[in-house]
Design a protein around this ligand. Structure first.
Ligand SMILES: C[S@@+](CC[C@H](N)C(=O)[O-])C[C@H]1O[C@@H](n2cnc3c(N)ncnc32)[C@H](O)[C@@H]1O
Length: 430
């Protein structure tokens, strides 16, 4: 049998986009194909840039094409996907010459889509190259949309339902601040594993070079670029984590009391922070078995102590006899606060999903509150700005259980320098 040919970064991106639009998660799908194909580091970076760029700006890219193609509605995705990537390259990837982009995608359409569409793709892309400057300007989108709402939907590539929620809950100025950040690349957040001796050297170097943009404590940094990040991560010296999520942990550290039970532990992004701080009596569970396997690998990578890890659905009866002194609920949520990192989720949102999430969050909270002993602490975290999942949810719970006190609430400011937004409430059971 003839061996399968490796895909180029652009072919790989088109394949990954198709799968994500069929329901697969972005980073997992991209990693799968990047591992399967032998690409050098600059090709890997191009594929990553194309896939993320497509999902961050999808509505805007389609709008440009719609503006140039009369029969746009009749065109299939297998034509629109490569065309959107071509537009993205022409408008936003300055280092690739326009002729190289046009040649590749026209040839791709000829070989893989439909020979009859070659003339159309060639003409449209050449015109976009010629009028690039106008497509790069916000005014093009302002002048060609009916009103500010449609402009937001197109320019910031935000689906209508999410935009409605945002504008119902926040001022137009706050919404604009958020939308600008939702299409930016997130900072590369790193948390240095201070338990390893190599960490001291790394911190010294970082402080000498001062290339970081954000810094919190002595071990949490944010960068626009960080060259050796993957190698250092493999060696356990650091973890790539959203900078903003790690700040929250430092702010709540003084409230937690061991033993701690992290009920939605996932791959352990939060609990490993505590282990690295020598807060070690932690139990971890999740409803997703695959994530727990990954969590165990994370503990090994970071050379951290083994902890109790088990499968459990936090909305059902709890399987433990002994209660912890702190429960951490880093709940599943709409994820609207992390769209720059996970832009695919905005296209998957629907009202049924929100209703289900609200129910799961409420059940997780109620179960945990009932299980905690008097004096116990509950930490509730989301990565969304949706008030229904944040302040309103906590207000409802405080109204239902009069023996609960709110010790701390960490809300966010859309106009801050951060590009991701988390919410956290710390509650105490009297
Ligand atoms: C926001 S993620 C947690 C991320 C994790 N704490 C971290 O920092 O890496 C939410 C987690 O909740 C888990 N989850 C969803 N429903 C659950 C349930 N009913 N019981 C327990 N965990 C659940 C998901 O599998 C997911 O891992």
């Amino acid at each position: 049998m003839k061996p399968l040919k490796d895909l180029s970064s652009r072919e790989l991106s088109i394949k990954v986009i198709k799968e994500i639009e069929n329901g697969r998660a972005l980073q997992e799908t991209l990693d799968h194909y990047l591992n399967k194909n032998k690409l050098n580091s600059s090709d890997k970076a191009l594929a990553t840039n194309l896939v993320y760029g497509y999902f961050r700006l999808k509505n805007r890219l389609l709008f440009v094409l719609k503006n140039r193609i009369r029969q746009f509605k009749k065109l299939p995705n297998r034509f629109l996907h490569p065309m959107c990537l071509a537009v993205y390259e022409i408008l936003y990837l300055d280092r690739i010459p326009d002729y190289a982009t046009v040649n590749f995608y026209v040839e791709y359409i000829k070989k893989n889509v439909d020979k009859k569409l070659v003339g159309l793709s060639n003409g449209v892309l050449r015109n976009i190259c010629r009028e690039k400057n106008s497509y790069l300007h916000k005014d093009f989108y302002k002048n060609n949309t009916k009103n500010e709402i449609e402009f937001f939907e197109v320019y910031y590539s935000i689906p209508q339902k999410i935009l409605e929620l945002l504008l119902n809950q926040y001022t137009i100025k706050q919404a604009r601040c958020f939308l600008e950040k939702s299409i930016d690349r997130p900072y590369i957040g790193i948390r240095i594993n201070k338990k390893l001796v190599e960490a001291v050297k790394l911190i010294e170097n970082l402080e000498l070079e001062k290339k970081y943009i954000l810094k919190h404590e002595t071990r949490i940094y944010g960068f626009d670029q960080f060259e050796d990040v993957d190698k250092l991560e493999q060696r356990g010296i650091l973890s790539k984590k959203s900078f903003e999520s790690q700040i929250i942990l430092q702010q709540i550290k003084c409230f937690v009391k061991e033993p701690i039970w992290d009920i939605c532990a996932g791959i352990g992004g939060k609990l490993t922070y505590f282990l690295e701080e020598d807060i070690c009596d932690i139990w971890a569970s999740d409803v997703d078995f695959k994530k727990l396997i990954y969590l165990k690998k994370e503990l090994l990578r970071l050379k951290l102590k083994e902890i109790l890890v088990f499968l459990a659905d936090g909305t059902k009866n709890f399987p433990l006899k002994k209660a912890p002194n702190t429960i951490i609920l880093d709940v599943p949520c709409t994820g609207f606060g992390v769209l720059s990192r996970r832009p695919d989720i905005k296209y998957r949102f629907n009202e049924k999903r929100l209703k289900d999430l609200l129910q799961i969050q409420k059940r997780l909270l109620e179960n945990s509150i009932e299980f905690l002993p008097a004096g116990g602490i509950l930490v509730y975290i989301t990565c969304t700005w949706n008030k229904m999942e944040n302040g309103d949810m906590i207000e409802g719970i405080l109204g239902k259980y009069d023996y609960l006190n709110l010790l701390k609430e960490i809300d966010f400011d859309f106009c801050s320098k951060y590009r991701e937004f988390f919410y956290c409430a710390v509650l105490k059971k009297q």
